[in-house]
Design a protein around this ligand. Structure first.
Ligand code: F6R
Length: 360
């Protein structure tokens, strides 16, 4: 039931602080310990490599997860597109561990990889899904649930945030299991609570984002999201969200890579949305934004408080830098939502798309 909401998507965006809190209360004890099946932790902690498998938005959540896993666990982690990996000829190490990310747990591309994991490679696996009794949950060796509640809108929002929260908890639990300082010293409960509050601030200020959508995106044919590192990962998800519901031709791009060709597409007024939440790369992304401004682009910046400068457009409350995707993505979900609403399209039911994709 969408209650007083015009669309499920807006309801699901608004639910995200509650989703983070629900995940915290399910997986973190009073003392701040993270709870997963002991056998799961034992197996992943001795993996020589972790593969994260997903499609669409779940793949994008995997890109962020890779960086969190490597930081917390020290285990090399690779993220793969299910539809590609299903027919690739990868060199799988003996102690590989597979993590499947799937909101529905029914995506045929991901299942095809799981069939190979079970039959051909005989490796250990975990499915992280919103649907406890789904195919992927049943066919993997382990399963954990996202606790996001049913996601009805075709465009995935709260599942992405829930997936990254779960990846963070799992990475911290594995890192602690292996006595890694980066995980032992990370106050995951405190940091996720900060994230929940920060998302709340973003959704409370949605009318400002609505105005930015109206004056910059509603009347454009194309747009770019750019960023580096984790901001690049979010740029890919932000662009997918915008294109799938508003039909603006949007592209997520590594900001440093633009000048190697794609900058040719920048014309007078082309919207370029810059994500700037990482200290290490903020100045570089700012120079890349200067490059597109000098070609006439209409630049919109999304930055964290710490890195903000005069004239920035959307300022996000401060959270630990590795968790900024959880907050910045919400601003981009709202931009996609309002652009679509203003164009008069059905936000929840975009053309040509279904909620779960059960064909390869
Ligand atoms: C985008 C979207 C899709 C799904 C993809 C994977 O908003 O919803 O890209 O993320 O089809 O679906 P799941 O996570 O159910 O495997």
């Amino acid at each position: 039931d969408k209650g007083t909401y015009p669309y499920y998507m807006l309801k699901e965006i608004d639910e995200q602080p509650a989703v983070i809190r629900r995940i915290e209360s399910k997986y973190i004890s009073q003392e701040g310990n993270v709870h997963f099946d002991e056998k799961l932790l034992e197996q992943v902690s001795k993996a020589s490599r972790i593969y994260i498998v997903g499609a669409g938005t779940s793949y994008h959540a995997g890109l962020v997860g890779k960086k969190i896993f490597e930081k917390m666990t020290g285990i090399p982690t690779e993220v793969v597109l299910a539809s590609e990996f299903a027919y690739d000829d990868p060199l799988i190490e003996k102690d590989a561990f597979f993590i499947f990310l799937s909101q529905s747990g029914e995506t045929a591309d991901s299942r095809q990889v799981l069939v190979r994991v079970n039959e051909e490679w005989q490796k250990n696996s975990l499915t992280i899904t919103n649907v406890a009794n789904s195919t992927l949950a049943r066919e993997a060796q382990f399963a954990v649930t996202l606790e996001a509640g049913p996601e009805i809108a075709v465009a995935s929002t709260k599942a992405y945030v829930a997936q990254i929260a779960l990846e963070t908890l799992l990475a911290v639990a594995i890192g602690r299991y292996n006595q890694r300082d980066s995980a032992l010293h990370f106050d995951v409960a405190g940091q996720l609570s900060r994230v929940a509050n920060a998302i709340q601030t973003v959704v409370d200020e949605k009318s400002q984002i609505e105005k930015i959508a109206e004056s910059n995106l509603t009347n454009t044919r194309n747009a770019f999201y750019i960023g580096r590192g984790l901001d690049y990962d979010v740029a890919l998800e932000a662009a997918l969200k915008l294109k799938e519901i508003s039909y603006v031709q949007a592209e997520g791009f590594a900001s440093g890579e633009l000048k190697h060709g794609t900058i040719a597409l920048i014309e007078n007024g082309t919207p370029v949305l810059g994500l700037i939440t990482q200290t290490k790369t903020a100045d570089h992304t700012r120079s890349n934004l200067e490059e597109v401004i000098s070609r006439g682009a209409n630049v919109i910046t999304i930055t964290s408080e710490k890195l903000q400068r005069d004239g920035d457009n959307i300022i996000l409350p401060e959270v630990d830098e590795i968790l900024t995707p959880l907050v910045s993505v919400v601003a981009t979900q709202l931009l996609a939502y309002y652009t679509t609403l203003q164009k008069g399209y059905n936000v929840d039911q975009p053309r040509n798309l279904a909620k779960s994709v059960t064909v390869e």
